[in-house]
Write a protein that binds this ligand. Sequence first.
Ligand SMILES: Cc1cc2nc3c(=O)[nH]c(=O)nc-3n(C[C@H](O)[C@H](O)[C@H](O)COP(=O)(O)O)c2cc1C
Length: 369
Amino acid sequence: MASADFSPLLEPFQAGALALDNRVVMAPLTRSRSNPEGVPPSFAADYYAQRASAGLVISEATNISAQARGYDYTPGIWTDAQVASWRSVTDAVHRAGGLMLLQLWHTGRLSHPDLQPDKALPVSASAIRPRGQAFTAAGMKDYVTPRALDADEIDAVVEDYRHATLQSRKAGFDGVEIHSANNYLLEQFVRDSTNTRTDQYGGSIANRLRFPLKVVRAVVSAWEPGRVGIRISPVTPQPGGAALDSDVMATYGAYVSALSEFGLAYLHLVEGTTIGPRDVPQGIDLRALRRRFRGPYMANNGYTVQAGAAAIRQGNADLISFGRMYLANPDLVARIRQGGPFAPEAPKDTWYGGGREGYADWPALPKAA
Ligand SMILES: Cc1cc2nc3c(=O)[nH]c(=O)nc-3n(C[C@H](O)[C@H](O)[C@H](O)COP(=O)(O)O)c2cc1C
């Protein structure tokens, strides 16, 4: 395979205020190696710096508050200790010449009382129980029926997003990505399968979008919009076995159109089922959805290097984010430049939890003579 085939991935790109050296993005990847206080380990700095040749590195999903937690050993950004540890990560990425965003996360109903302050019920748009199990320190536990947030509690959650954005600035990130994908809290409000509220946050599309758009407004009040991206996943049922919205094109169409007004750095879209098939149900046209966004488009899900280069060449994407490829190919950009080879997918038992092994110890290719 001639490396020239991959060359579109190696062109520089300006996304909002972010000047990327190339079109290759490290997708957000939860690795569950933080301590119980949500502080990333010291070797996270090595892991991320090894991947800093990506045009942009997006952090693993990071809890905006104690209530946001849905998985043990995931990092946070609401305490000073968390900020201090993230600072060593961003310093290392910057020293290696990279750019890094923090992914802002609230898991909503995809949590468990064991992970919540005072063993409280997780919160969501509505009291609808997800299918499946939560990852807790005591092992996998069945999800519970969450508590619907009261309308007068919602502004406090919006404030948590604003605070987390300010904390991300303090930690030295170059911006943030709002995690509105994979059926976490924001998407729980967007979809009518998980939002059956009858107040101003439920019912009509405009009402279901009210909370997510308040969050976007709060985040861009704390940092310039050109440093804020957003991730959506209109057709993924996972995790939690969430049904799709009853009218994906209308609901997400309105969402993407509204997002387009903020002048964000990019729209990041998971095409198909996250970490699964790229198929979309009949009648859903992801390309038509994303065209409603007047700004950079970052495509994700199941892209090979070849498919990513072709998508850029054909004008179907500006940026490609790679997830699983980044687990075992820290120097993915150098490998693309050389035309490969690429390491096979990292074994699943290294994905979540553990230490440096299977995380910060994947070798780069020997430097070409
Ligand atoms: C180990 C692992 C952890 C992930 N963690 C996150 C995450 O924290 N936030 C997120 O939005 N997506 C997460 N994802 C989804 C990836 O960002 C990406 O959408 C998915 O892997 C599909 O892209 P790929 O085919 O290039 O791997 C994760 C995927 C994997 C494999």
